[in-house]
Design a protein around this ligand. Structure first.
Ligand code: AMP
Ligand code: MG
Length: 313
């Protein structure tokens, strides 16, 4: 059910959820200070209660409403990457809902770069908890139609067009001068390292829990097989007993099965990745064949999503 911004604000103020557009993926939003509304996110997504939610705010001035500390390094990163596909995990104030942070001592904050959602945040005066607007472990939605396909027509959706970045935000935890990368995204590790003046801490043991780190995530219904070589993919399609469809990256020979081919630019592939997977999934073939991008740093977030999508096999 599509709603306009006025209706979206009214629903959010009545403890309802609304799917909202962002530059990364569509989020299922609720008032981040309202436990009754937050519970609805978990129920609709069928998301385990121990998976915390990102709180979306209108600007960096609101960080101090949520975080007990906003260290200079975090301020620098926020200044460089907000509004944008970048989430900061900071020590939470005691007043932050235990539901939004799943009982953890931290809170995740992001200023999204989407005009309609920034208007919604400013006009409503709310901060919005918003995980991706899909059922737990499924493919993330990058259009209003994807939201309806995953969550049904009863969910209110504010349509802001197709998402411009297309994959979920980079998540970084900052404590004092130290930072840790919790989820890869299109804000690169190298760009953060340049600003921080030091590499990310690699101490995996102390990482806060991040559901985006589940090995099965971002998955279409159809099983995925990954191929480093286009030739091997083409040969698999030719000789397989199963019905296949393929996702190709860049120029080259084509397989005999149906395929979607994406351009060779990492930004463009991120933008179209979930749409392409939604489209291929809808073909109801037995096997999706996905060509992996090069293992260069600009492709790491895309490779991460593809490996998780393929994890069910
Ligand atoms: P999604 O459901 O795709 O929007 O994912 C939200 C991401 O934000 C997940 O990877 C969460 O683990 C992460 N996140 C939210 N809150 C926190 C927090 N307090 N500490 C660590 N990660 C968080
Ligand atoms: Mg998600």
């Amino acid at each position: 059910m599509l709603v306009n911004i006025k209706q979206a604000i009214a629903l959010l103020k009545q403890s309802q959820v609304v799917a909202i557009p962002t530059e990364t993926v569509y989020g299922l939003a609720a008032d981040a200070s309202n436990d009754e509304a937050l519970q609805k996110i978990y129920a609709i997504k069928e998301r385990p209660a121990d998976n915390p939610l990102i709180v979306h705010i209108a600007d960096a001035n609101q960080v101090n409403n949520w975080a007990a500390e906003f260290p200079p390094l975090a301020q620098k990163l926020a200044k460089a990457f907000w509004p944008g596909p970048f989430t900061l995990v900071l020590p939470a104030k005691d007043s932050v809902s235990k539901i939004v942070r799943s009982g953890q001592s931290t809170v995740a904050l992001r200023v999204p770069s989407h005009a309609l959602t920034l208007q919604l945040l400013k006009q409503s005066g709310l901060a919005l908890a918003a995980p991706s607007a899909n059922k737990f472990t499924q493919l993330s939605p990058t259009t209003a139609a994807h939201v309806a396909a995953s969550l049904g027509d009863d969910v209110a959706v504010l349509d802001g067009g197709a998402c411009k970045v297309g994959i979920e935000s980079t998540i970084v935890s900052v404590k004092g001068d130290d930072w840790q990368l919790l989820r890869l995204g299109m804000v690169s590790e190298a760009s953060m390292e340049a600003l921080a003046g030091r590499p990310a801490l690699k101490n995996q043991q102390n990482l806060p829990k991040v559901p985006g780190q589940h090995s099965l995530h971002y998955s279409p219904k159809t099983p995925i097989k990954l191929f480093v070589s286009r030739d091997v993919l083409i040969n698999f399609a030719k000789t397989s007993q199963k019905s296949c469809a393929a996702l190709l990256i860049g120029e080259g020979a084509k397989p005999i099965c149906k395929y979607v081919d994406l351009p060779k630019q990492a930004d463009d592939v991120a933008k179209q990745l979930y749409s392409a997977l939604h489209e291929l999934d809808a073909l109801n073939v037995a096997q999706l064949l996905v060509e992996t991008p090069p293992a260069d740093s600009e492709w790491l977030a895309i490779l991460d999503r593809l490996m998780r999508a393929a994890c069910q096999n």
